[in-house]
Design a protein around this ligand. Sequence first.
Ligand code: AKG
Ligand code: FE2
Length: 222
Amino acid sequence: MIAIIDDVLAPEELQEILTHFDRADFVDGKKTAGWHAKLVKNNMQLPSKATSTQELRKQVKEALIRNKLFQALVQPKIVHSLLFSRYEVGMSYGTHVDNAFMGKGEFWRSDISFTLFLCEPEGYEGGELVIEASDGDRAYKLPSGSALVYPSSTLHRVNPVTAGVRFAAVGWVQSLVRDPDKREILFDLDTTRRSLFAKGGKTIEFDLISKSYANLLRQWAD
Ligand SMILES: O=C(O)CCC(=O)C(=O)O
Ligand SMILES: [Fe+2]
Protein backbone atom coordinates (compact mmCIF):
# COMPACT_ATOMS: atom_id res chain seq x y z
CA MET A 1 0.00 0.00 0.00
CA ILE A 2 1.28 3.47 -0.86
CA ALA A 3 0.11 6.05 1.69
CA ILE A 4 0.61 9.67 2.69
CA ILE A 5 1.04 10.57 6.36
CA ASP A 6 0.59 14.28 7.03
CA ASP A 7 2.09 16.33 9.86
CA VAL A 8 4.71 13.83 11.01
CA LEU A 9 6.76 16.76 12.29
CA ALA A 10 5.51 20.01 13.84
CA PRO A 11 6.53 23.30 12.12
CA GLU A 12 9.00 24.09 14.99
CA GLU A 13 10.70 20.70 14.55
CA LEU A 14 10.99 21.27 10.80
CA GLN A 15 12.46 24.70 11.37
CA GLU A 16 15.03 23.29 13.77
CA ILE A 17 16.10 20.64 11.26
CA LEU A 18 16.38 23.18 8.42
CA THR A 19 18.45 25.50 10.63
CA HIS A 20 20.80 22.61 11.29
CA PHE A 21 21.05 21.93 7.52
CA ASP A 22 22.10 25.57 6.94
CA ARG A 23 25.34 25.08 8.82
CA ALA A 24 25.92 21.35 8.18
CA ASP A 25 28.40 19.82 5.75
CA PHE A 26 26.77 17.36 3.38
CA VAL A 27 28.76 14.48 1.83
CA ASP A 28 28.33 12.47 -1.38
CA GLY A 29 25.21 10.26 -1.13
CA LYS A 30 26.87 7.40 -3.05
CA LYS A 31 28.50 6.31 0.23
CA THR A 32 25.33 4.61 1.46
CA ALA A 33 24.02 3.18 -1.82
CA GLY A 34 24.21 -0.44 -2.98
CA TRP A 35 26.57 -1.24 -5.88
CA HIS A 36 23.98 -0.77 -8.63
CA ALA A 37 22.06 2.12 -7.01
CA LYS A 38 25.41 3.99 -6.75
CA LEU A 39 25.46 4.21 -10.53
CA VAL A 40 22.33 6.40 -10.57
CA LYS A 41 22.53 8.15 -7.19
CA ASN A 42 23.56 11.77 -7.42
CA ASN A 43 22.76 13.65 -4.21
CA MET A 44 24.26 14.81 -0.91
CA GLN A 45 23.65 13.49 2.60
CA LEU A 46 24.45 14.39 6.18
CA PRO A 47 27.41 12.25 7.34
CA SER A 48 25.76 9.27 9.04
CA LYS A 49 28.22 8.98 11.94
CA ALA A 50 28.12 12.64 13.07
CA THR A 51 26.59 13.11 16.54
CA SER A 52 24.25 15.79 15.21
CA THR A 53 22.97 13.42 12.50
CA GLN A 54 22.33 10.76 15.13
CA GLU A 55 20.30 13.25 17.17
CA LEU A 56 18.21 14.26 14.16
CA ARG A 57 17.71 10.62 13.29
CA LYS A 58 16.42 9.93 16.80
CA GLN A 59 14.04 12.89 16.59
CA VAL A 60 12.55 11.79 13.25
CA LYS A 61 12.32 8.15 14.33
CA GLU A 62 10.45 9.12 17.49
CA ALA A 63 8.07 11.33 15.52
CA LEU A 64 7.24 8.45 13.18
CA ILE A 65 6.86 5.92 15.95
CA ARG A 66 4.42 8.09 17.89
CA ASN A 67 2.32 8.65 14.74
CA LYS A 68 -0.80 6.45 14.96
CA LEU A 69 -1.32 6.20 11.19
CA PHE A 70 2.31 5.14 10.68
CA GLN A 71 1.88 2.47 13.38
CA ALA A 72 -1.32 1.13 11.85
CA LEU A 73 -0.01 1.14 8.27
CA VAL A 74 3.46 -0.31 8.69
CA GLN A 75 3.45 -2.27 12.00
CA PRO A 76 7.08 -1.28 12.63
CA LYS A 77 9.48 -3.69 14.27
CA ILE A 78 12.34 -1.32 13.63
CA VAL A 79 12.81 1.94 11.74
CA HIS A 80 16.34 1.85 10.38
CA SER A 81 19.05 3.33 8.14
CA LEU A 82 17.52 6.83 8.28
CA LEU A 83 19.37 9.47 6.31
CA PHE A 84 19.00 13.14 5.44
CA SER A 85 19.44 14.16 1.83
CA ARG A 86 19.94 17.35 -0.13
CA TYR A 87 19.42 17.65 -3.89
CA GLU A 88 20.74 20.74 -5.61
CA VAL A 89 19.98 21.76 -9.19
CA GLY A 90 20.93 18.90 -11.55
CA MET A 91 20.86 16.23 -8.83
CA SER A 92 18.61 13.18 -9.03
CA TYR A 93 18.38 9.54 -8.05
CA GLY A 94 17.67 7.34 -11.05
CA THR A 95 15.50 4.23 -11.14
CA HIS A 96 16.51 1.63 -8.55
CA VAL A 97 15.18 -0.88 -6.06
CA ASP A 98 16.23 -0.57 -2.41
CA ASN A 99 18.43 -3.31 -0.96
CA ALA A 100 16.48 -6.06 0.81
CA PHE A 101 18.77 -5.86 3.85
CA MET A 102 20.65 -2.89 5.25
CA GLY A 103 23.06 -2.28 8.08
CA LYS A 104 26.55 -3.13 9.17
CA GLY A 105 27.05 -6.02 11.61
CA GLU A 106 23.36 -6.14 12.32
CA PHE A 107 21.10 -6.45 9.27
CA TRP A 108 17.53 -5.23 9.02
CA ARG A 109 15.08 -6.12 6.28
CA SER A 110 13.52 -3.30 4.29
CA ASP A 111 9.80 -3.99 3.89
CA ILE A 112 8.65 -0.38 3.65
CA SER A 113 10.51 2.71 2.44
CA PHE A 114 9.55 6.22 3.43
CA THR A 115 10.38 9.77 2.40
CA LEU A 116 9.65 12.57 4.82
CA PHE A 117 9.58 15.82 2.84
CA LEU A 118 11.45 18.56 4.71
CA CYS A 119 10.82 21.61 2.54
CA GLU A 120 7.80 23.13 0.86
CA PRO A 121 7.10 22.01 -2.73
CA GLU A 122 7.14 25.65 -3.92
CA GLY A 123 10.80 25.91 -2.89
CA TYR A 124 12.10 23.70 -5.71
CA GLU A 125 11.21 22.44 -9.17
CA GLY A 126 11.46 18.81 -10.25
CA GLY A 127 12.58 16.47 -7.46
CA GLU A 128 9.39 14.39 -7.44
CA LEU A 129 9.61 10.93 -5.92
CA VAL A 130 8.28 8.65 -8.65
CA ILE A 131 7.03 5.13 -7.94
CA GLU A 132 7.15 3.03 -11.07
CA ALA A 133 4.07 0.78 -10.88
CA SER A 134 2.99 -1.78 -13.49
CA ASP A 135 0.11 0.52 -14.48
CA GLY A 136 2.35 3.57 -14.87
CA ASP A 137 4.45 6.04 -12.93
CA ARG A 138 3.08 7.97 -9.95
CA ALA A 139 4.88 11.15 -8.91
CA TYR A 140 4.77 12.56 -5.36
CA LYS A 141 5.86 15.92 -4.05
CA LEU A 142 4.39 16.41 -0.59
CA PRO A 143 4.15 19.39 1.75
CA SER A 144 6.91 19.87 4.28
CA GLY A 145 6.41 17.52 7.25
CA SER A 146 4.43 14.92 5.28
CA ALA A 147 5.73 11.44 4.57
CA LEU A 148 5.14 8.96 1.77
CA VAL A 149 5.34 5.29 2.75
CA TYR A 150 5.65 2.72 -0.04
CA PRO A 151 6.71 -0.91 -0.51
CA SER A 152 10.51 -1.30 -0.68
CA SER A 153 9.91 -3.86 -3.43
CA THR A 154 9.10 -1.15 -6.01
CA LEU A 155 11.30 0.46 -8.62
CA HIS A 156 11.39 4.18 -7.90
CA ARG A 157 13.40 7.33 -8.61
CA VAL A 158 13.80 10.99 -7.72
CA ASN A 159 13.44 13.27 -10.76
CA PRO A 160 16.20 15.82 -11.39
CA VAL A 161 15.84 19.05 -9.42
CA THR A 162 15.69 21.91 -11.94
CA ALA A 163 15.47 24.88 -9.51
CA GLY A 164 15.90 25.38 -5.76
CA VAL A 165 16.95 22.71 -3.25
CA ARG A 166 15.12 19.58 -2.11
CA PHE A 167 15.63 18.32 1.46
CA ALA A 168 14.22 15.01 2.69
CA ALA A 169 14.65 12.36 5.35
CA VAL A 170 14.46 8.84 3.98
CA GLY A 171 14.45 5.55 5.82
CA TRP A 172 13.19 2.00 5.95
CA VAL A 173 11.06 -0.19 8.17
CA GLN A 174 11.34 -3.83 9.02
CA SER A 175 7.72 -4.63 9.72
CA LEU A 176 6.36 -7.12 12.24
CA VAL A 177 4.23 -8.31 9.31
CA ARG A 178 6.36 -8.94 6.22
CA ASP A 179 3.51 -9.57 3.75
CA PRO A 180 1.92 -6.33 2.44
CA ASP A 181 -1.46 -8.02 1.84
CA LYS A 182 -1.58 -9.16 5.45
CA ARG A 183 -0.61 -5.67 6.63
CA GLU A 184 -3.49 -4.27 4.60
CA ILE A 185 -5.99 -6.71 6.18
CA LEU A 186 -4.78 -5.68 9.64
CA PHE A 187 -5.00 -2.00 8.71
CA ASP A 188 -8.59 -2.42 7.48
CA LEU A 189 -9.62 -4.34 10.60
CA ASP A 190 -8.01 -1.77 12.87
CA THR A 191 -9.67 1.12 11.01
CA THR A 192 -13.06 -0.59 11.19
CA ARG A 193 -12.88 -1.41 14.89
CA ARG A 194 -11.84 2.15 15.71
CA SER A 195 -14.74 3.51 13.70
CA LEU A 196 -17.15 1.10 15.46
CA PHE A 197 -15.72 2.18 18.81
CA ALA A 198 -16.15 5.87 17.96
CA LYS A 199 -19.81 5.30 17.01
CA GLY A 200 -20.96 2.81 19.62
CA GLY A 201 -18.23 2.23 22.23
CA LYS A 202 -17.06 -1.20 23.34
CA THR A 203 -19.79 -3.33 21.77
CA ILE A 204 -19.64 -7.09 21.11
CA GLU A 205 -18.89 -6.32 17.41
CA PHE A 206 -15.93 -4.22 18.50
CA ASP A 207 -14.71 -7.01 20.78
CA LEU A 208 -14.96 -9.66 18.04
CA ILE A 209 -13.06 -7.55 15.49
CA SER A 210 -10.45 -6.75 18.16
CA LYS A 211 -10.14 -10.48 18.84
CA SER A 212 -9.61 -11.26 15.13
CA TYR A 213 -7.12 -8.37 14.83
CA ALA A 214 -5.07 -9.54 17.81
CA ASN A 215 -5.16 -13.20 16.78
CA LEU A 216 -4.15 -12.52 13.18
CA LEU A 217 -1.31 -10.26 14.36
CA ARG A 218 -0.16 -13.06 16.69
CA GLN A 219 -0.18 -15.53 13.77
CA TRP A 220 1.45 -13.27 11.19
CA ALA A 221 4.09 -11.38 13.16
CA ASP A 222 7.71 -12.50 12.87
O1 AKG B 1 14.55 10.94 -1.63
C1 AKG B 1 13.64 10.17 -1.88
O2 AKG B 1 12.46 10.53 -1.95
C2 AKG B 1 13.92 8.69 -2.12
C3 AKG B 1 15.36 8.32 -2.01
C4 AKG B 1 15.59 6.87 -2.31
O3 AKG B 1 14.94 6.27 -3.12
C5 AKG B 1 16.63 6.14 -1.58
O4 AKG B 1 17.39 6.75 -0.79
O5 AKG B 1 16.74 4.90 -1.76
FE1 FE2 C 1 15.27 4.17 -2.94
